[in-house]
Design a protein around this ligand. Structure first.
Ligand SMILES: [Zn+2]
Length: 54
């Protein structure tokens, strides 16, 4: 079970900030902590490590 498929395309994310669900592509950051998604609801950054769709 890979933590984050590198070529996953759009993924369904549950924002840890506002708890809403959205679909976004992974933003490739220069470092692991800059990798993640931007929530369209609250505009906050969601680190990939915290974006769980289960
Ligand atoms: Zn949010």
């Amino acid at each position: 079970m890979a933590e984050f498929p590198a070529e996953a395309g759009p993924q369904q994310i549950v924002c840890p900030h506002c708890k809403k669900t959205f679909t976004a592509e992974l933003i490739a950051g220069q470092t692991e902590r800059h990798r993640g998604f931007k929530c369209p609801h609250c505009k906050l950054f969601v680190p990939a490590a915290r974006a769980r769709n289960s």
